[in-house]
Design a protein around this ligand. Structure first.
Ligand SMILES: [Zn+2]
Ligand SMILES: [Zn+2]
Length: 260
């Protein structure tokens, strides 16, 4: 089984495109890439239902879409028997996590991705010369980032941690990385880091072996043609870390299937 559990429902220009026609484009791309099942995980901050949570201009500006057509487009494809799952990329919001979970409660998610792109309103991954990087030392950035991940995992509000060692994006790592204690979530093996300055997959294999958590596979595609991109490398990394199974989600329940 090969899953790609991280992609954004966009057209070829990366514009939000909440219709089944676009879902079908991703399904075709998945078939061509040898991916058995895909999951859509648009960012929560694009949807007006979550508007009360955002203060960072980047999120506020994007918060203009209704979530219902997104959910409907994926559900409609699922009901036609297509191998698609309904997910969402849920940003870390600190102490407002329960509020966010209440907003998401009414929808039939298959799984929720947790991600931390901002810490105290400062961006981790937008620029090496801004956000967290001008505010804190490298050690402090990683410490706070892992604290956020641990909180996300412990909240029970997400099922998978996306791009788990995101702070390596600009190649800055502490001398020794102390991985956080995590439980009750899967970690995604994401090929997207190859196209970032660091040029590597997320996470480092040591993160997987240190936690022993189950995994998903992820391209983080923003256009259909990137579905399943470089999954040969993702499989290689997973197998080298000792994995023989991948996590499949349905209605926020996880099961393991043979990898490959
Ligand atoms: Zn992300
Ligand atoms: Zn993403």
């Amino acid at each position: 089984m090969i899953v790609d559990y991280h992609m954004h429902l966009r057209n070829g220009r990366e514009d939000i495109s909440l219709d089944t026609w676009t879902v079908d484009l991703f399904v075709s791309a998945a078939r061509a890439a040898g991916v058995d099942e895909i999951g859509f995980t648009e960012h929560i901050y694009y949807f007006t239902q979550s508007r009360s949570l955002w203060e960072v201009p980047y999120q506020v500006e994007r918060c203009v879409h209704d979530i219902d057509p997104y959910v409907a487009a994926v559900i409609e494809a699922r009901e036609r028997g297509l191998p698609v799952k309904l997910g969402l990329e849920v940003d870390y919001v600190g102490e407002r996590q329960a509020e966010l979970a209440a907003i998401l409660e009414p929808y039939p998610w298959d799984y929720l991705l947790g991600s931390a792109h901002w810490l105290d309103g400062l961006a981790v991954d937008s620029s090496p010369d801004g956000g967290v990087w001008v505010e804190w030392s490298v050690d402090e950035v990683w410490r706070r980032y892992f604290e956020a991940l641990a909180e996300l995992a412990a909240s029970g509000h997400v099922d998978v941690l996306a791009h788990p060692d995101l702070p390596k994006i600009f190649g800055r790592r502490p001398e020794r990385i102390e991985y956080p204690p995590l439980a009750g979530v899967a970690l995604e093996v994401s090929t997207n880091g190859r196209y970032k300055p660091v040029g590597e997959l997320y996470p480092d294999p040591e993160f997987l072996t240190a936690t022993g958590l189950p995994i998903t596979l992820a391209s983080d595609a923003h256009v259909p043609e990137n579905v399943g991109r470089d999954f040969d490398l993702a499989l290689e990394l997973a197998r080298a870390a000792g994995y023989e199974s991948v996590t499949v989600f349905e209605g926020r329940t996880a099961r393991q299937e043979a990898l490959g």
